[in-house]
Design a protein around this ligand. Structure first.
Ligand SMILES: *[C@@H]1O[C@H](CO)[C@@H](O)[C@H](O)[C@H]1NC(C)=O
Ligand SMILES: *[C@@H]1O[C@H](CO)[C@@H](O)[C@H](O)[C@H]1NC(C)=O
Ligand SMILES: *[C@@H]1O[C@H](CO)[C@@H](O)[C@H](O)[C@H]1NC(C)=O
Length: 482
């Protein structure tokens, strides 16, 4: 059982990359050569799609009652006012759609089942109906459509004794990959395993190369004994909890033992959330993380034996579901070591904002990882790269009135918070921002580091004209496939 939680957490990161694979922001579109002067998609283009190319999926225009189901951005500042949504039923439909957008030089974005940040000025190709979950016992693999979110996958596999290792949040899009079916820019449909470079790129940057229409992920035995839940404390315990979180992060090397920490608003009051995730018995958990249960007067303690499926759903209590939501903004920092001063700086950012009526919610989420969680994955895909130990500090604000919010000003609040945390961490300790998902304007080298050159070459091979140009900007280097 020892390796499983480590895998869970690592693959969770991969899953987030998979989900980020389809995030395609406005700035990224503007930075590309995509046409942005007119959003209109001509009626002759629409007729060509239906009559000449015989697209068999759903075609929705912006006046369709279901249009927003397939196009709405997760945060309103990402909305790029798309005009047409294409919803393929098969990978062949995806190939038709890709050929069409390229024949008419239309701006397009691909979106999978995830958090719905993928945006384009003209066409959204939504893969939400590609939602296979197919376990193949003889091969020990699971075929997953990109339209799934992890909650769907766990639900579909609830009666099996194996599972996919995927997102910690059931609403994160499917990622983590052994193989993948990909529709390339020229409309051809290929399996990534046929070409090591393509498989490499798909593991962490598939969105820069093509549209992934099916993932094949390894099946793992489900952990049978899990102890987890929420323990909530008042801020009076902050110093003690911060010291223990820092110490556990520094010294715990058992992949079956993990903690998350949050500072969340509950009834307008800051509340500390400690979220142990232990693959083992209650007795084992209470020995490995004894400090949690030694602290005085928890407000609430829901820790108990949980199933794999329950573990995956626990965090839904802390996020709105289903996504997309239009009232959250988020920013994050990645550090090499977790210190009490980092945790203190995050709280120092949050505290004065509590009385500001613009914010309905303010959250800090601390995600420590055990040492070397990432080390073995540096060469199998472009992400992650070069940092064996990374810990994530996430800051969130939720708007009281999203419709009238000034997104720029609100985002600046998050940047300020990130700056405070960075200053407290010290420059040698700060590795990067946005470790595993795309936020607007993130430079590619922050994601891929020294793997970037190889990724650019693979891009040059499979998408030399940069048709898949949203999200993280990858410049194809000239090494044509033709
Ligand atoms: C669109 O979303 C609405 C509201 O959630 C739902 O009732 C409807 O069935 C959805 N339509 C499609 C085509 O998924
Ligand atoms: C720090 O963590 C380690 C490993 O988790 C534990 O053995 C040790 O007792 C902790 N130290 C303190 C001061 O709590
Ligand atoms: C939790 O699991 C252990 C080991 O299987 C079992 O002995 C114990 O009774 C369970 N506790 C509860 C509250 O179900």
């Amino acid at each position: 059982m020892a390796a499983r939680l480590l895998l869970l957490l690592v693959v969770w990161f991969h899953a987030q990359v998979g989900f980020a694979s389809h995030i395609q922001g406005r700035d990224a579109a503007a930075a590309s050569n995509a046409p942005t002067s007119s959003n209109g998609v001509s009626s002759s283009a629409m007729q060509n799609l239906q009559h000449e190319l015989g697209f068999n999926g759903l075609i929705l225009l912006s006046n369709s009652p279901n249009f927003l189901n397939f196009t709405q951005a997760w945060a309103m500042n990402y909305n790029a006012t798309p005009q047409v949504a294409l919803v393929p039923h098969t990978s062949n439909d995806v190939a038709v759609a890709i050929k069409w957008v390229n024949a008419f030089n239309l701006d397009f974005a691909i979106r999978s089942g995830g958090a719905a940040a993928s945006q384009s000025h003209q066409v959204i190709i939504s893969l939400s109906l590609l939602n296979t979950v197919d376990y193949i016992p003889s091969q020990g693999v699971i075929h997953l459509g990109p339209g799934n979110v992890w909650g769907d996958v766990y639900d579909a596999m609830a009666d099996l004794d194996v599972t996919a290792l995927g997102g910690r949040l059931p609403l994160i899009g499917v990622g983590g990959i052994v193989d993948a079916e990909v529709v390339l820019a020229d409309g051809s449909i290929v399996w990534a395993s046929e070409n090591p470079d393509l498989l490499y790129a798909v593991r962490g940057a598939g969105f820069t190369i093509g549209a992934v229409t099916e993932y094949v992920v390894k099946a793992y035995p489900k952990p049978t004994q899990i102890y987890s839940g929420f323990v909530l404390f008042t801020m009076e315990n902050f110093e003690a909890i911060a010291a223990n979180v820092a110490n556990t992060t520094a010294h715990n090397t058992d992949p079956d033992v993990a903690i998350l920490m949050g500072v969340v608003l509950s009834g307008g009051v800051q509340t500390i959330l400690v979220f142990p995730i232990v693959l083992g018995t209650e007795a084992f958990a209470k020995e490995a993380l004894s400090w949690i249960w030694a602290l005085p007067d928890p407000i609430l303690d829901t820790t108990t034996n949980v199933s794999w499926e329950t573990l995956q759903s626990l965090q839904l209590d802390f996020v709105s579901h289903p996504l997309p939501t239009d009232d959250y903004q988020q920013h994050s920092i990645v550090v090499r070591s977790m210190t009490t001063s980092i945790l203190q700086a995050a709280v120092d950012w949050q505290t004065p904002l509590l009385s500001d009526p613009r914010w309905a919610g303010l959250q800090i989420l601390i995600e420590p990882f055990i040492p070397n969680s990432f080390a073995s994955h540096f060469t199998t895909g472009p992400w992650p790269h070069s940092y064996p130990t990374m810990h994530v500090i996430q800051l969130f604000i939720q708007e009281s009135n999203a419709a009238t919010s000034d997104f720029t000003e609100n985002f600046n609040q998050l940047v300020t918070g990130a700056g405070l945390v960075e200053a407290a961490a010290g420059s040698n300790n700060v590795l990067q921002r946005y470790p595993n998902y795309y936020l607007q304007g993130t430079p590619a080298n922050q994601f891929y580091g020294s793997n970037l050159a190889k990724l650019e070459a693979v891009k040059g091979e499979f998408d030399p004209h940069n048709k898949f140009n949203k999200g993280i900007a990858i410049t194809p280097t000239t090494r044509s496939r033709a």
